[in-house]
Ligand binder design. Structure first.
Ligand SMILES: [Zn+2]
Length: 256
């Protein structure tokens, strides 16, 4: 989808501050942008779907968006088995146009749920802020903050700058030492990689699922012979590259 700016906004446009639901006009507050962030496998997608469920039960209408869902199809997939269909965003998608199109089709949008929000472009994050301010849409973003180099994703950085509320996801993912794990270490041959290709290769489906989350540029993993995996570490052990006594343990990307 191409981003198109309307130089002469129509006051009846769906994105003007005159939503069809008249009562909303009396609300003094704009919508809010909330960013829930955490390391891999901390349950962000599960929380996203729970919030969607709760809001829908209140009679509110939402739009679910995702950037590069781990399933490779436009849906929000939780690792505990819940799935909802979503709209896939590509780098050029203007989120305001998505919402405007929905309104034009007669479908109200009270809130947006955005999963894998770290992959949004800074511009798309700014569009979310505009939707909150001007169209009273509540925006719930879910994603991880930093990539395998421990540096902020551009989309996550813009969310930290613009969001009304920042919330670390409380489902704890622990480093092997027991401290909260905050860093998504990329590991090959028992070593923590500090730099490298953003194109990911992995040899198991399970690893490549999580890998898609922490690559700076989302790319579908291709089967390869090189074993690359991800492990959540505390800062001390991320800094030291200390993977602990069970580095060959498989399944540590899972909560269970
Ligand atoms: Zn540790």
């Amino acid at each position: 989808m191409t981003a198109v700016e309307n130089p002469d906004p129509d006051p009846t446009d769906a994105l003007s501050s005159a939503p069809a639901w008249g009562a909303r006009r009396e609300l003094p507050i704009a919508g809010k942008v909330k960013f829930c962030y955490g390391p891999m496998d901390c349950g962000k997608s599960t929380l996203a779907l729970q919030i969607d469920h709760n809001l829908a039960r209140q009679g509110r209408q939402g739009l679910l968006l995702v950037r590069h869902d781990r399933s490779g199809t436009p849906q929000i997939t939780s690792r505990i088995g819940i799935t909802r269909t979503a709209v896939e965003l590509d780098p050029g998608t203007d989120v305001r146009v998505l919402v405007r199109d929905s309104w034009a089709a007669g479908r109200h949008v009270d809130y947006l749920i955005v999963d894998e929000a770290q992959f949004l472009s800074p511009t798309q994050v700014e569009q979310l802020g505009e939707l909150a301010d001007d169209a009273h849409v509540d925006v719930y973003c879910f994603g991880i903050a930093t990539d395998f180099r421990s540096e902020l994703f551009p989309g996550a950085r813009r969310l930290f700058e613009l969001a009304d509320e920042l919330q670390p996801v409380q489902v704890e993912v622990l480093c092997w030492c027991g401290l909260p794990g905050r860093f998504n270490a990329r590991v090959r041959d028992g070593r923590v990689l500090r730099e490298g290709d953003t194109v990911f290769v992995a040899d198991t489906e399970e690893v490549s699922e999580s890998a898609a989350e922490v690559n700076s540029a989302p790319t579908r993993a291709q089967p390869e012979t090189t074993t690359v995996r991800y492990q959540v570490l505390c800062r001390r052990h991320y800094r030291r590259g200390d993977l602990g006594p069970t580095v060959s343990h498989q399944g540590q990307l899972r909560l269970t």
